[in-house]
Design a protein around this ligand. Structure first.
Ligand SMILES: Nc1ncnc2c1ncn2[C@@H]1O[C@H](COP(=O)(O)OP(=O)(O)OP(=O)(O)O)[C@@H](O)[C@H]1O
Ligand code: SF4
Ligand SMILES: [Mg+2]
Length: 333
């Protein structure tokens, strides 16, 4: 497998009136060629900040971001230009991310114009090819974003992202604003494009149900840190980390979503502030398995099975080789 993107010990901070807010704290992850790495976690855990850092839009305090082995951190904006076509982004809001004053054809053509690619006739032809690839007709080129539904707008955003033949598309909650039925169509399109073009995705979502069927590997973030990651599609069958388990319990099944059955209550307890994270394990204030050591020592990611890594003191490997948590949950204080 070839690694397209690799982050190592990445730290991103925002200056705030109360001091630096560390939104991404020593995060390491890899995206393989032609595969999808899902990045999952609750609101505010640092997903979009990580995406912005990869796009060169947030300044990196320390650590490394490599695209096919080339270091991107520390490059000037001018030097970054060379790599820009290789990494594209699709945003959550298909309403805000398309310029309402430009025709759809022009929106999709724009990245090629900026990069001085092809003649105008060649670019126009490419626009029609791209529209066809994302399931829109050629008439769409002359129309404007407001004439399209949310799902169609996201198709336009995907066509624009594909225009420069990127190696990686960072998708930041690309279907969260869409109806459930439309979500599945856009997800299917992304999977189809990956199969045909070999593009890699870093797919960000707060919703496990969304990533479950498209991710080859999954990383779960909590308060700026990676709590667990797995290279297996079976990750969700045996979620050994207490946070992953809680997230999964709070996620309705696809069938329940279709039937409109509500899921379990979401995770209890407030997410602590990233300005002042808990000592030891960051999840300790909400964890049903917490013991004293959790509040004192930060658990580091360690490999527990062939395919999975968890940052938790209490996960062990069971007799069948699977990662397990103790039978008894709460240890009384
Ligand atoms: N420009 C900023 N200045 C200061 N703090 C910020 C800024 N942008 C984000 N943050 C903080 O950084 C942390 C991570 O935010 P981020 O937007 O990366 O989270 P997220 O996982 O993408 O959340 P969501 O699911 O809501 O999109 C949060 O505590 C947030 O309040
Ligand atoms: S280290 Fe402790 S507090 Fe953290 S997830 Fe594991 S059991 Fe829970
Ligand atoms: Mg976000």
């Amino acid at each position: 497998m070839t690694t397209i993107l690799s982050c190592r010990d990445l730290v991103v901070e925002y200056p705030t009136a109360d001091g630096p807010l560390r939104a991404v704290d020593r995060v390491s992850l890899d995206v393989e060629r032609g595969q999808t790495l899902a990045l999952v976690g609750e609101s505010g855990c640092g997903k979009s900040t990580l995406a912005r850092a990869i796009m060169g839009l947030a300044s990196v305090k320390s650590g490394s971001i490599k695209l096919e082995g080339e270091e991107l951190t520390g490059l000037s904006q001018r030097e970054l230009r060379k790599y820009r076509p290789a990494i594209q982004m699709v945003f959550q809001n298909p309403y805000g991310s398309l310029n309402p004053r430009l025709s759809v054809g022009r929106i999709i053509e724009e990245p090629m114009m900026v990069q001085n690619i092809g003649t105008q006739a060649e670019r126009r032809k490419r626009v029609l090819d791209l529209l066809d690839r994302v399931g829109l007709t050629s008439e769409a080129a002359g129309q404007y974003p407001h004439q399209f539904s949310g799902g169609q707008r996201q198709r336009i955003a995907i066509a624009r992202a594909l225009a420069l033949n990127p190696k990686l598309i960072v998708c930041d909650e690309p279907v969260s604003a869409l109806d459930v039925s439309v979500q599945a169509q856009v997800l299917n399109l992304l999977v189809e494009l990956q199969r045909d073009l070999g593009v890699s995705y870093l797919f960000i979502s707060h919703d496990l149900a969304v990533v479950r069927h498209i991710a080859h590997a999954t990383a779960v973030m909590y308060l700026g840190r990676i709590a667990a990651r797995s290279n297996s599609r079976d990750f969700w069958k045996s979620p050994a980390h207490p946070y992953v388990r809680a997230l999964k319990d709070a996620t309705p099944s696809m069938a329940a979503i279709r039937d409109g059955t509500p899921g379990q209550p979401i995770l209890e307890g407030e997410i602590p502030s990233a300005l002042n994270p808990p000592a030891g394990c960051r999840f300790s204030t909400r964890c049903r398995y917490v013991v004293d050591v959790c509040r004192q020592t930060e658990p580091h990611l360690r490999q527990v099975t062939d395919q999975s890594w968890v940052a938790c003191h209490r996960v062990s490997v069971g007799a069948n080789g699977a990662a397990v948590l103790p039978e008894s949950e709460l240890i009384a204080d």
